[in-house]
Every structure is written in structure tokens, then in C-alpha cells.
Design a protein around this ligand. Structure first.
Ligand code: ADP
Ligand code: MG
Length: 272
């Protein structure tokens, strides 16, 4: 049997690809047989790891690419990288470390949750991202709830983004509780972002008791972090919700930046 066929049978596609390039290098540099084999297999392993991460990132359905390395901790001075350390290692999954990030729009909540889920993927786990509204809508109309729950109960890490941005209709608390409870039973963490204080979740979900049960399970092994401060999106003092500006109400119309700010501001106010 030819080498090519043997490699194909064993599924060593990277070895097959790099072999012809590496043989002359090995000869020229006088590698031992062991060195040569090690190099070939290292290439195979590295390529498989890259493929796995790319596949899992696609499956996770992140809204944008974000990593902890691109998070500016100097901007978010109320947050230290060490505080997040406990969410960035394999303990996130092995210790079921859920997280609720509360804060105003633009404070980097989604960025951080995507970064944590991305690290989990790099650590060998599977992750899934969804907004609370999309999750609730999908589950409420499902004919087979158990089947519909699977994509959200199976991954090791689930991000539920934007809890509380909308009032959810009847039945929302029930389906959300199903997700939270099943994951809790299986010891799998959830990363929530919200712009609403936890006490107000019951109002949005139209069920105080279930909202309490959801928060209770999430925080049993998890943590709650609250961000204050201004929006990263509005960085550069285009507008500050917390500080009235002297010329507020007058819109300098010739400025393209102002227009951009208006869009962001509408989005931040949830009126888009
Ligand atoms: P939130 O979910 O709190 O509304 P996002 O995480 O969506 O905010 O952040 C808004 C935008 O600003 C995103 O593009 C995000 O990558 C960026 N961003 C927010 N905070 C930071 C930060 N501290 N460092 C780098 N980028 C940030
Ligand atoms: Mg967000």
C-alpha cells in the first residue's frame, strides 16, 4: 500500500500535505527519525486543534469576534483582569461557574461573555451564544420542547445575552427556567448579560418566583458583577448619559460623527 493511501486511511491529512515539503528540510538539516516523526505529528495535532476551534466558533454563533486580549481594562477601571481569571480556565466548566453581568449599554458585557466563551472553546469545550429574546421566542413556539432545548442544554457553556431588554410575553419564564434548571442539574454554566437589576427580572418575565429560581440556580456556584460607568461605544465624549453636556439639545448638523452618535444613542436607548 502506498504511503499516500496509508495516511489517508489513518486520516492524517496534514501529514500527507506537509510530508513532501518536510523531507528535503529533514535531509538538509540532518533530523533524526524521531525528530522527523515528531515534527510531522506536531503539524497534524496543531492543524486539528485549529480546525476544532474554528468549527466550534462557527457553531457558537457569536455576534462578533471578541477576545479577552482585545478588552481594554484601563477603560473599565472597575474591573480587574484577575477578577475574570476564574472564568477563563477549565474551572469555568468543571466548577459550573456561571456569571451574571449587569450594566448599562456599551460597557462591554457582551464582549466579555463572548471572550469567556471563546476561551472555553480554546480549552476544548463547546459554547453557544443567544439573546434572551431569541431563546425565549424559539422555545415558546417549539412543538417538541425537549428537542428545541438541546442546542442550549448540550454545550458546555451558554451565553444568554440581553436579559431584560424587552418585556417577554406569557410563558417566557417557564421556558427560560427549563434551560436554566436543566443546565443546573447537569452542572453546566450560563453567562448572562443584563441591563436590568436582578430584582426587576421578575417583572420582565411576568413571574417573580420563577425569576428568583432562575437567579438562585445561576448564582449558586456563579457570580454577579455589576458595571457602572460610561459606554465604550460612546467613548471620546461624543455623549455621556451620566453627565449633562452644556449644548445638549442642540444638534450640530454638519458633523457626520454626530449622526453616528445619534444612531448609537438610539440603540442604547432600545428605540431602534
Ligand atoms: P454591552 O454588551 O455592555 O452593551 P458590548 O460588549 O457590545 O457592550 O460593547 C460595545 C462595543 O464596544 C463592542 O464592539 C465591544 O467590543 C467594545 N467594547 C466595550 N467595552 C470595551 C473594552 N473595555 N475594551 C475594548 N472594547 C470594548
Ligand atoms: Mg450587549
Amino acid at each position: 500500500m502506498s504511503l499516500e493511501i496509508l495516511l489517508k486511511r489513518l486520516g492524517l491529512s496534514t501529514v500527507a500535505r506537509v510530508l513532501t515539503d518536510l523531507i528535503p528540510v529533514a535531509e538538509r538539516e540532518d533530523w533524526s527519525y524521531a525528530q522527523f516523526l515528531e515534527r510531522l505529528l506536531s503539524e497534524e495535532v496543531a492543524h486539528r486543534a485549529e480546525n476544532r476551534v474554528a468549527t466550534q466558533v462557527a457553531k457558537a454563533k457569536f455576534p462578533f469576534a471578541a477576545t479577552i486580549e482585545t478588552f481594554d481594562f484601563t477603560f473599565r477601571s472597575d474591573l480587574k483582569r484577575q477578577m475574570l481569571g476564574r472564568f477563563l480556565g477549565p474551572e469555568l466548566v468543571s466548577d459550573n461557574r456561571s456569571l451574571i453581568l449587569e450594566g448599562p449599554p456599551g460597557t462591554g458585557k457582551t464582549h466579555l461573555c463572548v471572550s469567556i466563551a471563546y476561551k472555553a472553546i480554546q480549552n476544548g469545550f463547546a459554547a453557544r451564544f443567544i439573546t434572551a429574546a431569541a431563546l425565549i421566542n424559539e422555545l415558546k413556539i417549539a412543538h417538541d420542547l425537549n428537542a428545541a432545548l438541546k442546542p442550549y442544554t448540550q454545550p458546555h457553556v451558554l451565553v444568554i445575552d440581553e436579559m431584560g431588554y424587552l418585556g417577554y410575553g406569557p410563558g417566557a419564564a417557564d421556558v427560560l427556567f427549563q434551560v436554566v434548571d436543566q443546565r443546573y442539574q447537569q452542572g453546566k454554566p450560563i453567562l448572562f448579560t443584563t441591563n436590568k437589576p436582578l430584582r426587576q427580572w421578575g417583572r420582565g418575565l411576568h413571574d417573580e418566583e420563577l425569576a428568583r429560581a432562575i437567579i438562585d440556580r445561576t448564582l449558586h456556584y456563579g457570580e454577579y458583577l455589576k458595571f457602572t460607568g460610561s459606554s465604550y461605544r460612546l467613548k471620546g465624549a461624543k455623549f455621556d448619559f451620566d453627565r449633562p453636556s452644556p449644548n445638549e439639545g442642540t444638534l450640530p448638523s454638519e458633523n457626520a460623527e454626530t449622526h453616528k452618535t445619534d444612531l448609537t444613542t438610539s440603540k442604547a436607548l432600545g428605540i431602534q
